[in-house]
Design a protein around this ligand. Structure first.
Ligand SMILES: NC(=O)c1ccc[n+]([C@@H]2O[C@H](COP(=O)([O-])OP(=O)(O)OC[C@H]3O[C@@H](n4cnc5c(N)ncnc54)[C@H](OP(=O)(O)O)[C@@H]3O)[C@@H](O)[C@H]2O)c1
Length: 225
């Protein structure tokens, strides 16, 4: 497969999305992305490295997501990376609003992005969509029930839509591994330091994501497999 040149990533302000943005841009790809953090978006737009347009955006704001997608060429690679993980709490003690927010951002926010970008990609008949799920999307873990529910939902969403896209496309639910980001530190505490930083992770993740294509459509994949 020819390497994509036009890449859109959600959640570019930090963690995996930021590392991917910088890695792809350094290799000549045109990267656009979005996140809510104003300062990080400003820094990306002013950086001499990442070439592209970065937008301050909440994925829950569906009209804003639609408007954002309308300003961009349908990407060859769309990475739905943005996500949240609620603090470790047993389900019966978990605030209902936190549970709902988990599903809102991870599932409905991602659905907003897919709804905004897929029609253009499908009309062209090419492109790969990667949705970051998790081990928690295929197995259960205690105290992160909302996160597990949301990531299982994303696996199902991808596998369903995979049967609707044209032959030249792919939508892939993808487990990125375990990486030392703010999200992991919030969940694992000190133990997070045992895991690679995003800048190390991206050296294997970047090429792996670029290699995905129609052969992987609908497959539940994990980095390194
Ligand atoms: N780190 C791991 O070990 C690991 C393992 C398995 C799966 N994952 C998945 O990988 C993805 C990235 O994780 P990470 O560890 O890099 O997390 P992170 O450091 O917390 O970064 C999350 C990103 O999502 C963005 N985001 C959150 N809510 C948003 C919203 N409503 N609208 C727009 N952007 C939003 C954040 O930007 P703003 O706050 O600026 O909006 C941030 O850029 C997530 O989907 C996560 O579930 C991570």
């Amino acid at each position: 497969m020819q390497e994509p040149t036009n890449i859109v990533i959600t959640g570019v302000s930090r963690g995996l999305g930021r590392a991917l943005t910088e890695w792809f841009a350094a290799r000549g790809h045109a990267v656009s992305g979005a996140a809510r953090s104003r300062d990080a978006i400003k820094a990306l737009n002013e950086s001499p490295g990442p070439s592209g347009a970065f937008s301050e955006l909440d994925l829950l704001d569906r009209p804003a997501v639609e408007a954002w997608a309308g300003t961009l060429t349908p990407p060859e690679l769309l990475i739905c990376n943005a996500g949240v993980l609620h603090p470790d709490t047993p389900f019966v003690e978990l605030d209902a609003e936190l549970f709902d927010h988990q599903l809102d951002v991870n599932v409905k926010g991602t659905a907003n992005v897919l709804r905004a970008f897929l029609p253009g990609m499908m009309a062209r008949g090419s492109g790969t969509v990667v949705v970051f799920t998790s081990g928690a999307g295929v197995r259960g873990y205690p105290e992160i029930s909302g996160y597990c529910a949301s990531k299982h939902a994303l696996e199902g969403l991808c596998k369903s839509v995979a049967q609707e896209v044209p032959e030249g496309m792919a939508i892939v639910p993808y487990q990125p591994g375990v990486i030392q980001t703010e999200m992991l530190v919030g969940h694992y505490g000190e133990r997070a330091r045992e895991y690679p930083l995003p800048d190390q992770w991206v050296k294997s993740a970047g090429p792996a994501l670029l290699s995905l294509g129609p052969e992987q459509n609908g497959q539940s994949l994990r980095l390194g497999e």
